[in-house]
Design a protein around this ligand. Structure first.
Ligand SMILES: Cc1ncc(COP(=O)(O)O)c(C=O)c1O
Length: 410
């Protein structure tokens, strides 16, 4: 039985204050708080297990190596991958997305090939492919979306053609919270022989994921957005695709042998992509984060967030001082503005009441052009948020005026 009061006791940050008030944290799409079990695991590494892995011929190194390898299995299992060999540890979703573009993209695309994506993509997803396009002569094309920033299957069908070699689409938009029909997009991409790259940074923490069912070739995400430590990410790749790619980072741990002539024999995936000492403590902490999510159950996480979203949206819809950009979002991300007040000033005003939201373009600069605004506020919820927190947020937002936001700077 989900008990939010009990859950909240596991998160030290939920006891933190801001402006001398209990912090109300609605910026979970940026990063999430960490449960004590994750923090303890990271500290335990430094206090009791601080050795390198896969290199030491002594018991403790073997023990920590096994914990690292077990995390890979755990991640594979969590996202429904066929094998742990399909899981590469990186520093985050950004590195995972860049790795695909720099390796697969630069080596396989040529002039006239098409990279198909959307105007809603995060910078970490789209900029690596702009770079590939510039260097190879490939062209970036965009799937049409409606003026609410939503994609429809018909638009996707219209955009796919024989020249498309790569399709890059986020599972969930970090600005508007829509879930994109990835399974159908993968099918359409594969029909024309294109590979499907899915940015899962905003989905994997919030719903059950099965990469085999989605049939994506690559799926990327970050540990810190799903209760884990920063500096850890995952690149999932179907094994033949992953193993067929060259690494972009060379060094210790990734090769079987090399000689003076420069002949290098690389290991098989995933090892060939993990040169150098990894973020060991972060990866061990990540294992605990997944354990924590599993103890709640991803179906429950999704359901709890849905209830919170609907509770908040119902109240927001009744307020006439707001512009709501995604009143029909699929996840608990709410994009809005207060009429006549600069978004950053609204965020600063909310902060005076201990409420943390994000204001700006959310690294998806093209999307805001589609929405016809320079910036939005974003409230992003997680399962540890409460209806009481939402009530407080609504109370402060109902009372906001331009004059009051100016006053906070005086
Ligand atoms: C949709 C999406 N993709 C990629 C990223 C990049 O993640 P990271 O900064 O952890 O590498 C983010 C981060 O906000 C995101 O929201």
């Amino acid at each position: 039985m989900f008990n939010v009061k009990k859950i909240r006791e596991d998160f030290p940050m939920l006891k933190t204050t801001m402006e001398h008030q209990q912090l109300i944290y609605f910026d979970n799409a940026a990063t999430t708080f960490k449960p004590q079990s994750v923090i303890d695991e990271v500290v335990n590494y430094y206090e009791n297990e601080c050795v390198n892995i896969h290199r030491g011929d002594y018991e403790l190194s073997h023990t920590v190596s096994k914990k690292y390898d077990d995390t890979r299995k755990h991640v594979a299992n969590f996202i429904g991958a066929k094998s742990e060999k399909e899981i590469v540890f990186t520093s985050g979703a950004s590195e995972s997305l860049n790795l695909i573009a720099q390796s697969f993209g630069l080596n396989n695309l040529k002039k006239g090939d098409v990279i198909l994506t959307t105007e809603a993509e995060h910078a970490s997803s789209i900029l690596p492919w702009f770079n590939v396009a510039k260097k190879t002569g490939a062209v970036v094309e965009f799937i049409d979306m409606d003026n609410e920033g939503k994609m429809h299957l018909d638009d996707i069908k219209k955009s796919i053609h024989d020249k498309v070699k790569v399709v890059v689409v986020a599972h969930v938009s970090n600005v508007l919270g829509y879930v994109n029909p990835i399974k159908e997009i993968s099918r359409l991409a594969h029909e024309v022989g294109a590979i499907m790259v899915c940015d899962g940074a905003q989905s994997v923490a919030h719903m059950p994921i099965n990469v085999v069912d989605l049939d994506v070739d690559f799926f990327c995400f970050s540990a810190h957005k799903m209760l884990g430590p920063t500096g850890v990410g995952v690149l999932y790749g179907k094994y033949d695709k992953l193993n067929g790619m060259d690494p972009v980072l060379f060094g210790g741990g990734s090769n079987a042998r090399f000689n003076m002539c420069g002949d290098v024999v690389l290991k098989q995936a995933p090892d060939k992509f993990e040169s150098g000492t990894r973020n060991i403590e972060g990866i061990l902490g990540f294992n605990k984060a997944i354990e924590y999510l599993e103890s709640i159950g991803m179906d429950t996480v999704e359901k709890v967030e849905r209830e919170l979203y609907e509770y908040m949206m119902e109240k927001l819809k009744k307020m006439d001082n707001l512009i709501l950009y995604n009143p029909n979002a699929d996840t608990a991300i709410i994009a809005f503005n207060v009429k006549g007040i600069f978004a950053q000033d609204v965020a600063a005003y909310l902060s005076k009441f201990g409420i943390g939201v994000r204001a700006g373009n959310h690294c998806a600069k093209i999307l805001l052009e589609v929405l016809g605004t320079n910036e939005t506020l974003r409230a992003s919820l997680y399962f540890y948020n409460t209806k009481e927190e939402i009530d407080k947020f609504i109370e402060v937002l109902s009372d906001i005026t331009l004059e009051k936001t100016i006053d906070i700077y005086l």
